[in-house]
Design a protein around this ligand. Sequence first.
Ligand SMILES: [Zn+2]
Length: 269
Amino acid sequence: MPEGDTVWNTARVLHRALAGARITGSDFRVPQLATTDLTGWTVRESASRGKHLLLRLDTPTGEHWSLHSHLRMDGAWRAYAPGERWSGRSAHLIRVVLRSPGAVAVGYHLHELTLVPTADEDHLVGHLGPDLLGPDWDPDEAVRRLAEHPEQTIGEALLDQRNLAGVGNLYKCEVLFLRGVSPWTPVGGVPDLPGLVALAQRLLAANRGRWTQSSTGSLHRGQTSYVYGRRAQPCRRCGTAIRKEELGERVTYWCPVCQPERPAPPPAG
Ligand SMILES: [Zn+2]
């Protein structure tokens, strides 16, 4: 599941494959960019912002542009050596191919593929809250944004990228389990919001640099999560059957015993 750590890893793969390279051929397979040709452009860098990817390029005349993409649930970028077989996904999922002398980058099932002047990146990612894996990560600002909507459920608030950028459904479920907080708890009723935010950041950071996402510390198949994807299986702490229900637009997993629901505190004064 592409969450902040996966997107961070992907940005690093693209950076290693393409940074400094001149594009020798591009092939966009989306209508909005069908006539775009990046041949002769140079890749400056690849960066992630929450779950958004930004491939920054210079035109031959030195203008700065950014190729933006979003992986959502199923997108991926792969880098191949020239001549290597493209083994990542089915060919019909390819949305863009970028060729350079040293590597070929292939984007599969990408969403929101857009090319904008780098100066306009904010139109695409300016609404995002602090990036959990960004160089400018600001936990106080993330807590402040979350606390602005005390009546919202914490399960929905953690997925709202305007509060903090990078948490997806997996880490949301896992962080709430680890903190013993029901996903239905209103933000205002969460006992230690800064502690919860700090744990979310640590979990994502710990999973940087590898593709297997784990919140338990185990990388063995079937043992990487406490609650996510474990409906009806016994809680690893108390043995109660893990539950799965819809919450907002997403499903959520939780242990009803380890994560009791807490009411919101009465309004102050
Ligand atoms: Zn439990």
